[in-house]
Design a protein around this ligand. Structure first.
Ligand code: CA
Length: 112
């Protein structure tokens, strides 16, 4: 009994997976593609988390700088003190969580 082979559809986006151009998308080529995509996804995720931490850090510095300018009157700072305390805690929490998870990802609890 002949083994029926599968073909990619005309103009398939997976044509590029045939890296060695032998006309066959091998299992190894499929797995290589999946691994590469997973690495790209992880890189995007880390980049977004890092950007989030930078924005949180920058917003704390920016908020503090604006609060010390004469643009904000003293009585308003008095009124905003409760909110600004929460703001600092939340932003510091984001930065702290990023650093914690970054250390955790480097192989703390993960053992493969
Ligand atoms: Ca191939």
């Amino acid at each position: 009994m002949a083994v029926k082979t599968k073909r990619l559809q005309e103009g398939s986006k997976f044509n590029d997976l045939d890296v060695n151009n032998d006309g066959v998308v091998s299992d190894a080529e499929m797995e290589h593609y999946q691994l590469a995509e997973e690495v790209k996804r992880q890189n995007r995720k880390q980049m977004h988390q890092r950007n989030m931490a930078w924005v949180a850090l920058g917003s704390m510095v920016g908020f503090t700088a604006v609060m010390f300018t004469p643009v904000i009157p003293d009585e308003r700072i008095q009124l905003l003190s409760d909110i600004s305390n929460l703001f600092y805690l939340a932003q510091a929490g984001i930065v702290g969580a990023f650093m914690g998870f970054a250390a955790f990802d480097k192989g703390g609890m993960k053992s493969k």
